[in-house]
Design a protein around this ligand. Structure first.
Ligand SMILES: Nc1nc2c(c(=O)[nH]1)N[C@H]1C(S)=C(S)[C@@H](COP(=O)(O)O)O[C@H]1N2
Ligand SMILES: [Mo]
Length: 254
């Protein structure tokens, strides 16, 4: 091995150790309020840098059907037992409704047939979970922008909140995005996976696909879409189940 390569390895070892020390430091500062706001500043920096380096309206990569994963695994809630979800399963989701409410001129309550009758988008995309796995699937459904146009979004709107039917560890799953992701062309309300109605494990009968964000930003078992001006009074105030519970970043852009 050349001296040059050895030097390179030594340097990489040093950088890895420095990185680990930095991360340990982050965990320590996160335990204080000042530290938490520091991390928020870092997240804002990530969002700003991401915005500069990538165009947030750009499309996530789409794949040929031949790239579809044979099994799209289920993660998190895979068969909700709370509320009346199991009755909906037994009824084939015949009475499922999706509400669009909040800062809109005309609140909507849409049946699955009404959602299927809207213009549809089909996309083969890769889902990336922070737990370290990915899967490629073909998703079909109306664009969220179509529903928002139908409801008429008011000027004060800043975020869209997604309400879910499942209660996980005592808390209702929910998520939220800003208006850029809400109007992104690949942000769809999916009712088909690989051409079939969504399996229960993947969020039947409706789940969001928000393709420029990590897996936890794609809420399953969708019951309502709420347009709001602030996330402060929703759930724990951090904009999502994992954001409230484990400090996951609200902006998980990829
Ligand atoms: N309602 C709801 N949505 C959810 C979750 C959940 O537990 N409940 N888990 C999230 C996480 S962490 C991931 S990776 C994906 C998993 O989607 P899948 O089950 O279709 O693989 O859904 C996300 N959306
Ligand atoms: Mo995930």
């Amino acid at each position: 091995m050349s001296i040059e390569t050895k030097r390179g390895m030594k340097r990489r070892g040093f950088l890895a150790a420095a990185g680990a020390a930095f991360l340990a430091g982050c965990n320590r500062v996160a335990e204080t309020d000042a530290g938490a706001s520091l991390l928020n500043a870092a997240e804002k920096w990530h969002m700003g840098a991401h915005r500069l380096l990538t165009n947030r309206n750009a499309l996530a990569p789409e794949y040929p059907r031949s790239a579809i994963s044979p099994d799209f695994r289920g993660n998190g809630s895979v068969n909700p037992q709370n509320g009346d979800y199991q009755e909906h399963v037994a009824a084939g989701f015949a009475d499922w409704n999706l509400e669009v409410r909040g800062l809109v001129d005309t609140p909507l309550s849409l049946t699955l047939d009404q959602l299927r009758a809207l213009p549809q988008r089909t996309q083969v995309t890769r889902h990336d979970c922070v737990e370290g796995w990915s899967a490629i699937g073909e998703w079909t459904g109306p664009q969220l922008s179509t529903l928002l146009a139908q409801a008429g979004v008011q000027e004060t709107a800043q975020f869209v909140v997604f309400r879910c039917a499942d209660n996980l560890n005592g808390q209702d799953y929910y998520e939220s995005v800003d208006m850029i992701d809400a109007y992104h062309p690949q942000t769809i309300v999916a009712h088909l996976l690989n051409g079939e109605p969504l399996p229960v494990k993947n969020g039947a009968p409706l789940r969001m696909r928000i393709e420029r964000q990590l897996g936890y930003k794609h809420p399953k078992y969708l019951t309502a879409i709420e347009v709001v001006a602030s996330l402060d009074d929703i759930g724990g105030g951090q904009g999502g189940y994992w954001e409230d519970r484990a400090g996951y970043q609200w902006y998980a852009g990829i």
